[in-house]
Design a protein around this ligand. Structure first.
Ligand SMILES: Nc1ncnc2c1ncn2[C@@H]1O[C@H](COP(=O)(O)OP(=O)(O)OP(=O)(O)O)[C@@H](O)[C@H]1O
Ligand SMILES: [Mg+2]
Length: 243
């Protein structure tokens, strides 16, 4: 079995008026199934750019990307939606739940779109709401839930299709630190119990320290990769000694 996701020399440039921003400058990375990985780095370092390319939301200007052993670099934009539904679950900073649907229906939606029969959908959604601690909140709409509860619904929704990887762009940025820590613990326990692959971006040190792999991004490039216990090191000696 090959790697789940592989990026080779990925380049992404944004044109901003007359200047060109190099948001990814030749990034090569490999992700295996079952990882619990943080993309860490300062604001503007290129974390979202990389997550969007990893998740087939955006395409690189140069370089290759393969997902589940298949090179998807040349798949046209209009066909990427199918790949996204097949391979990825997404968790966003702002939760992105559908306001008129309750918790159950939000989690169920990807399965409805995938054409799964109702009985199977119900079993899967109920089990997931249970595992994120929201079995008793199934009829609550997003505005009737706390921030942490909304993010739990989003986590259940991301997992419901049993994706290759769940990608989370600063999943705790809109939560207080205690609730954010609870959300990361929930993700860690789902990673351990269900072997769900998580790749998440953050600049919060407490969250970086919970990752089992940390990829430090700076100025559009990968600077350092380390297990979490060494996560502080690149920052501590950041001034002057980084390449
Ligand atoms: N659509 C865009 N147009 C122009 N420049 C962009 C665009 N998106 C991102 N950039 C630039 O690319 C660089 C990387 O941005 P990116 O959003 O990937 O950073 P980030 O690490 O996710 O930051 P943050 O922690 O603030 O979310 C930044 O310099 C940013 O200004
Ligand atoms: Mg970002």
């Amino acid at each position: 079995m090959g790697s789940a996701i592989q990026l080779s020399n990925v380049v992404r440039n944004y044109q901003l008026g007359k200047t060109m921003v190099q948001a990814a400058r030749g990034v090569s990375l490999e992700f295996q199934r079952g990882e619990f990985t943080a993309l860490a780095g300062a604001s503007g370092s290129g974390k979202t750019t990389l997550l969007n390319i990893i998740g087939c939301i955006d395409k690189p200007d140069a370089g290759r990307i393969s997902v589940d052993g298949k090179d998807v670099t040349d798949v046209p934009l209009h066909r990427l939606a199918g790949l996204r539904n097949q391979y990825f679950g997404y968790i966003f900073q702002t939760f992105n739940l559908v306001a008129v649907l309750d918790a159950f229906e939000n989690v169920e939606l990807p399965l409805v779109l995938a054409g799964m029969p109702a009985k199977q959908r119900r079993e899967r959604v109920e089990a997931l709401l249970e595992s994120v601690g929201l079995a008793n909140h199934r009829h609550h709409r997003p505005q009737e839930l706390s921030g942490g509860q909304r993010q739990r619904v989003a986590i259940a929704r991301a997992l419901v299709t049993e994706p290759l990887a769940v990608l989370a762009d600063e999943p705790t940025a809109n939560l207080d630190s205690k609730t954010g820590a609870d959300i990361i613990e929930l993700m860690a326990s789902l990673n351990a119990s269900r072997r769900v692959t998580f790749i998440f971006s953050t600049h919060d040190h407490h969250i970086i320290n919970r990752a089992s792999r940390v990829i430090w991004v700076s100025d559009g490039a990968v600077r350092e990769q380390a297990p979490a216990e060494h996560a502080g090191a690149p920052l501590l000696r950041a001034s002057g000694t980084n390449p």
